[in-house]
Design a protein around this ligand. Sequence first.
Ligand SMILES: Nc1nc2c(c(=O)[nH]1)N[C@H]1C(S)=C(S)[C@@H](COP(=O)(O)OP(=O)(O)OC[C@H]3O[C@@H](n4cnc5c(=O)[nH]c(N)nc54)[C@H](O)[C@@H]3O)O[C@H]1N2
Ligand SMILES: Nc1nc2c(c(=O)[nH]1)N[C@H]1C(S)=C(S)[C@@H](COP(=O)(O)OP(=O)(O)OC[C@H]3O[C@@H](n4cnc5c(=O)[nH]c(N)nc54)[C@H](O)[C@@H]3O)O[C@H]1N2
Ligand code: SF4
Ligand SMILES: [Mo]
Length: 618
Amino acid sequence: MARETRHTVCPYDCPDSCGITVEIENNRIVSFGPRADHPYTRGFLCTRGQEWPRRMRGPDRLTSPLLKSEGGWKPIGWDEALSRTVQGLENAISRHGHRSVLFYSYAGNVLKGNEVQNLFPAMLGGCTMAEGSLCGAEGLSGLAETDPGSLKSRPGSVLQSRGVLLWGRNVAENNLHFMPFLHEARRRGALIGSVEVRTTPTTAFSDYTWLIRPGSDLDLALYLCGQAIRRRGFPKGVVNSEAFAARALAAEKNRIIEETGLDEASLNGLEAFVLETTPLSTWMGWGPQRARSGSSLASVLASLSMLTGNRGLPGGGTTFSQEIEGLVPETLLYFPEADPRIIPRNGLGRALLSADPPVEASFIVRGNPVSQCGDAASTRRFLETCPFSVCLDYRMSLTARCCSLILPVSLPLERGGDFVSSYWHDIVQETVAVADPPEGVRHELDIIAEVASGLGLPDRFHPAMEELRRHVRSLDWLEPLAPGMWRIRERNDPAPAFRFPASIERPEKPSGPFRLITVHTRRFNNGQDLRQCRPPEFPPEAAFSPADAEKLGIAPGQAVTLFNDRGSLSAIAALDSARPAGTIVMVQAAEGLNVLVSPEVTSRGHSCINESWIDVKP
Ligand SMILES: Nc1nc2c(c(=O)[nH]1)N[C@H]1C(S)=C(S)[C@@H](COP(=O)(O)OP(=O)(O)OC[C@H]3O[C@@H](n4cnc5c(=O)[nH]c(N)nc54)[C@H](O)[C@@H]3O)O[C@H]1N2
Ligand SMILES: Nc1nc2c(c(=O)[nH]1)N[C@H]1C(S)=C(S)[C@@H](COP(=O)(O)OP(=O)(O)OC[C@H]3O[C@@H](n4cnc5c(=O)[nH]c(N)nc54)[C@H](O)[C@@H]3O)O[C@H]1N2
Ligand code: SF4
Ligand SMILES: [Mo]
């Protein structure tokens, strides 16, 4: 049989959104690699992307509905699984109304069509829904309030930069396709700097690294704004400029040295890099904005670009992430009669345990809150006592393990017909199925439509998906580049006005001896393991500074217990000689880790994951 070529997209929640080209022969994948004509991701796929064919056929893939029973998980047929789901939802609704159903979904992947699933809780009346971001909405809000024009991410712009400042952004692990751009920028003469709280593959690549204490960024950035004002003056007539200048000029050098842990020479070096390199392109990462002051940090970094004259320069300015709006037609999800109960996502366990009326049925799709949200022990406790809980996943996640029923779903690369935009580049792509799903799994939209039908609701889901496809293909701001690939046309709107931040939120005060920083790495995509569908090894590693290790009397390789008033976790100690004291770093998604993570949210409702405080005993 002839070979067939299909182009598709890596659907992971990852900035790169790589194009993939697959060769298929006799219904089998014979080659799986990068799409050569993708303007940003041609050349290579990361290891997580390369693993897709194995993941689709992996031994840990769920292939039958599983019911929790006395002796463990019992495989059951789809008819029974769906009727149990309908019954579970019906029981809760008949006792306490639609708000007694939790509908939880988050990411898992970045398909646009996921939004269509939200019709289900809306049609039920609204349900209980978690809101607020675990990811980047906090930082995005800071840019939106200060400099909406900077909400566009254009990686190619660094080729015109003389300097690139990576502010808590671990590009070499988490945004790998940015690296060729940074290499090329360097070849053209740019210098790369990193402001970090630990050493990473990105700091190893950088020309300069400034290691600071976590959370001291905000004052450091304000100080740099003050120095820019001292040297260059400040733009008159910009909203809030006087008040902002007063704040920035009040940041004293000695205090900044003390807070950040930088010595004076390093601080002077950073100041020179920021104030004397033009154009300077500043890229903030996700780590520093998972805090109460996350939005303020983004605002102050945007202000720094303004004050140093970099804003609006080709190759200059502050960038973080972007949201591509308008791909999903607004009318599709318009449901004014829905009246949901909203609970904070990061603190969902506590909210659910004390909900009145109680939540007696949980429906979870594309979410792993027991692994990825704060105070995971509460979420686990809630799910284990909820009379009915169902999780739609392709693997046995920590959350699935806590539910009473698991429904196995097909993977995005087995279904196709959806779209992916990127939060880092300007390409929109269509997903195409490249393999059949294994026997026993179902498309999650079919599952939802069947459950809805069992509850007497019409199938609005499949028509909505059709409408979404028609809509995307008809958008005049998408310029076709190649089959299934479009570029977002630059709109020549006048740059929206810049305003300095009106108020600046302070980082949280420590409430324990050590700050726990959790980081994304190569091995995972969020809670999803690179090689297997299994949870990672246990106990996980916790990296200490040598000073802390000495104070605690612990050696590398030694078992330690990390604890706070939410719970405890066993870990193996490791040392990082460059680490400032008072901080412990762990890989996010380590099993049981989020038991220790703070369930607090910012004033905008987003997570404060990196403001978690713990204690340690050997
Ligand atoms: N401690 C700590 N916690 C964190 C973070 C951190 O840095 N530290 N980072 C936060 C960030 S940035 C994010 S974005 C969140 C991510 O949080 P989540 O989105 O909850 O995590 P994921 O592991 O991406 O995916 C959730 C589940 O979706 C499943 N899934 C994948 N594809 C599909 C599909 O097509 N259908 C269905 N039904 N399920 C699917 C996966 O197997 C997984 O179990 O985590 C946050 N949590
Ligand atoms: N390989 C891989 N790639 C991914 C993901 C993945 O899990 N694996 N997840 C994707 C997702 S959903 C996201 S949100 C992104 C995250 O991408 P990144 O932002 O690169 O990753 P993080 O580890 O969240 O944070 C980046 C860095 O912030 C530092 N940091 C923490 N606190 C502070 C602070 O107070 N100040 C400063 N200056 N730095 C600090 C951490 O040490 C860390 O190295 O990656 C995406 N890409
Ligand atoms: S995980 Fe990210 S970098 Fe890796 S192949 Fe997928 S989109 Fe590309
Ligand atoms: Mo994220």
